[in-house]
Design a binder for this molecule. Structure first.
Ligand SMILES: [Mg+2]
Length: 245
């Protein structure tokens, strides 16, 4: 990522996309907000998407205060097609990272925030999969996975918290204090009696996640194009080795 300039907001807000800002699938969804084609592996996939309540308001307001970037474990071909609809003029999202910037660890794509070239005391990541920020738990805000609940107000809630970070020297103690994730990881670890923190995060992820509504027919294609888990990848192609065409 380019160095900060004097006009770059002090705090960088890293946003996950799938089940944090939108829910998309490669099979038809009831009343989708958006439908768009994605070229993948020499085929065109129709992707159906729903937009989380309050998403545009969230992006608009947060981009005034923070350096907003997206970091997805999904494929670039899909994410770019989606972001072209969400932020066509690139007004809100300053930089975009995709699956190829994630680190594969024990079946998860981990988003190592050190690659962002920013002071970690000034970086916040919001992700529905806490495994994704397993390398920097203190920078992470977990958000409930979203699929279709129109009464969901989680983005507005997290916005209220983010506003309290304005002007702080280090975001991490504030995040720890509010979300108590370290404490929850320790509890998940103790419960599972596992030794590694990644296992603890996996358990925490499982306990925080709502059940997926994806149909089995779309699981393979969705896994290859979308999503944070590596388990849905197309067999034989290897994780992340399939390029968008
Ligand atoms: Mg996600």
């Amino acid at each position: 990522m380019p160095e900060r300039t004097t006009s770059t907001p002090l705090i960088t807000l890293v946003l996950d996309i799938d089940e944090t800002l939108v829910h998309c699938a490669t099979r038809p969804l009831d009343s989708p907000d958006i439908v768009f084609p994605v070229e993948y592996n020499h085929e065109t996939w129709e992707v159906y998407g729903r937009i989380r309540p309050g998403m545009l308001d969230f992006l608009e307001k947060m981009s005034e205060k923070f350096e907003v970037i997206t970091f997805t474990a999904s494929q670039e071909c899909y994410a770019e097609a989606l972001l072209k609809i969400i932020d066509p003029e690139k007004k809100y999202i300053r930089h975009r990272y995709y699956r190829d910037s994630c680190v594969p660890v024990f079946g998860n794509y981990v988003k190592d925030l050190r690659i962002l070239n920013r002071d970690l005391s000034k970086v916040v990541i919001i992700d529905n999969s806490p495994q994704a920020f397993g390398y920097q738990i203190s920078n992470g805000i977990p958000i409930e996975s979203w699929y279709d609940d129109k009464s969901d107000r989680e983005l507005s809630k997290v916005m209220s918290f983010l506003e309290t970070l304005d002007g702080v020297d280090d975001v991490r103690p504030k995040i720890d204090e509010h979300y108590r994730l370290q404490e929850r990881v320790q509890k998940a670890l103790a419960m599972a009696n596992h030794q590694s923190s990644m296992s603890g995060l996996n358990n925490l992820g499982a306990s925080l996640a709502s059940s997926s509504t994806s149909g089995p027919g779309s699981a393979i294609a969705s896994g290859a194009i979308l999503g944070a888990s590596m388990s849905g990848s197309i067999p034989g192609t290897g994780t992340g080795s399939v390029d968008c065409q």
